[in-house]
Design a protein around this ligand. Structure first.
Ligand code: FNR
Length: 391
């Protein structure tokens, strides 16, 4: 049944329905430094603001006298079927939002039929997440470690655990200038948050100088935690990741290779030529480069440069079902959400993430019907017009 019908039957919902309301609820529920880590961006946070504001420069047109019951939000990307073109973006250290972290998110995504892109930096390991939601579909975000054996170990584990694609983080070759983190003095990795995939890896402990992985992860000594944090800082990601590395990665895995963080059409064309299987237009939710162009403004030129050769995904600033429609009309095959699912997690664990996903799906399906579509496939630039920004 519809989510609206259920909410009215229940006499309401404990969770907010507006993006601002959800953010405010998360702000209330979380320790300040954790909320700031999640909500914050680089510098003055102009890119964060621009990402959301960019959607306000597009208006949808609707079509009348249609059959609304026929609208179906489901789609398939890289062979992965999904109930709607909305995925959970990889977000590290979700344990700051809720102790059940990505396991709760995995269960919510499984129930909503949404794809979870698991971050490399999680509290639960990629195997634990897969076991928690065995019917769920998920991809793995690969932070290419500065050690080949560790890199290949993570990839083999993701393949063995049934992940359907590797998402290479292309935009973190340096740390963003994150002013809220600098102000609070809180950087989660200093405290060994989010190291589940690493402390379950034998190669990681070899690098940390311990020879073998500990039997019992819940009983790490302070010495081991310190060694893990410093090892992680050392090997987390190769400082240089170049288009030619796509071929190297291809020689290591049969999984589709997706590059995340593409904003320029020239680079999109080069990556297509280098053989990537999909691109994600994203500016990391404005967390890397302050004053960067709004991600949505990068989407049409990238989609044009890609010219249908590979799927184009999009994230950074998506907050509502109508945002999803605008992104698809501008050339995205699907979108991802970052902060919204973390806020849902913060306010309600699994139920909160389910609320966010069901709301997006229902609002998007309604928008599809109102703009005169039965499926995502027929959306195009003809469904939207450029409008003056709201004041
Ligand atoms: C992220 N993001 C991210 N991306 C990634 O590839 N690996 C990661 O580990 C993380 N970690 C992370 C943590 C937190 C707290 C946030 C908010 C984001 C970026 C994420 O995948 C996505 O690009 C943005 O979040 C999208 O923007 P919105 O939806 O948050 O505006």
């Amino acid at each position: 049944g519809s989510y609206q019908a259920q909410v009215f039957a229940d006499g309401g919902s404990p969770f907010p329905f507006t993006p601002k309301g959800l953010e405010e609820a998360a702000r209330r529920d979380l320790p300040r430094r954790y909320f700031d880590y999640i909500a914050g961006g680089a510098g003055r946070e102009r890119t964060v603001a621009a990402n959301e504001a960019a959607f306000g420069r597009w208006g949808m047109t609707y079509r009348v006298l249609r059959d609304g019951a026929a609208a179906d939000a489901s789609t398939t990307v890289l062979g992965t079927p999904m109930s709607m073109p909305v995925m959970l973006a990889p977000a590290g250290v979700a344990e700051l939002a809720h102790p059940e972290a990505e396991v709760a998110a995995a269960r919510a995504a499984e129930r909503a039929g949404a794809v979870q892109v698991l971050s490399a930096v999680t509290s639960a390991s990629l195997e634990e997440v897969a076991r928690a939601a065995p019917q769920g579909r998920r991809w793995f975000q690969f932070a290419w470690p500065d050690d080949e054996k560790l890199a290949r170990s993570l990839i083999e584990r993701a393949e063995a655990a049934g992940y359907g694609a590797l998402v290479v983080m292309g935009d973190c070759h340096v740390a963003g200038w994150r002013t809220r983190e600098l102000s609070s003095g809180f950087f989660p990795f200093q405290h060994a948050h989010g190291l589940g995939n690493y402390i379950s890896d034998r190669r990681f402990w070899e690098l940390a100088g311990f020879g073998s992985a500990p039997e019992d992860r819940d009983r790490l000594t302070p010495e081991m935690i310190e060694a893990a944090a410093s090892t992680w800082n050392r090997v987390f990601t190769r400082p240089a990741l170049l288009p030619a590395d796509v071929a190297l990665l291809r020689s290591w895995t049969r999984l589709p290779i997706v590059v995340k963080g593409v904003c320029r059409p020239d680079e999109a064309a080069r990556l297509c030529a280098a053989g990537v299987d999909a691109l994600i237009v994203s500016n990391h939710g404005g967390r890397q480069l302050d004053g960067g162009v709004a991600a949505l403004d990068c989407l049409p030129p990238v989609a044009t440069a890609v010219a249908g050769r590979v799927p184009v995904l999009f994230d950074s600033g998506v907050r509502t079902g109508t945002d999803v429609l605008i992104a698809l009309a501008l050339g995205a095959d699907a979108v991802m959400i970052g902060r919204p699912w973390l806020y849902g997690l913060a306010v309600g664990g699994q139920a909160g993430v389910e609320h966010v996903l069901r709301s997006l799906r229902e609002e998007f399906t309604g928008a599809l019907a109102l703009t005169g579509h039965r499926s995502c496939a027929s959306l195009s630039a003809a469904d939207i017009v450029a409008v003056a920004p709201p004041t």
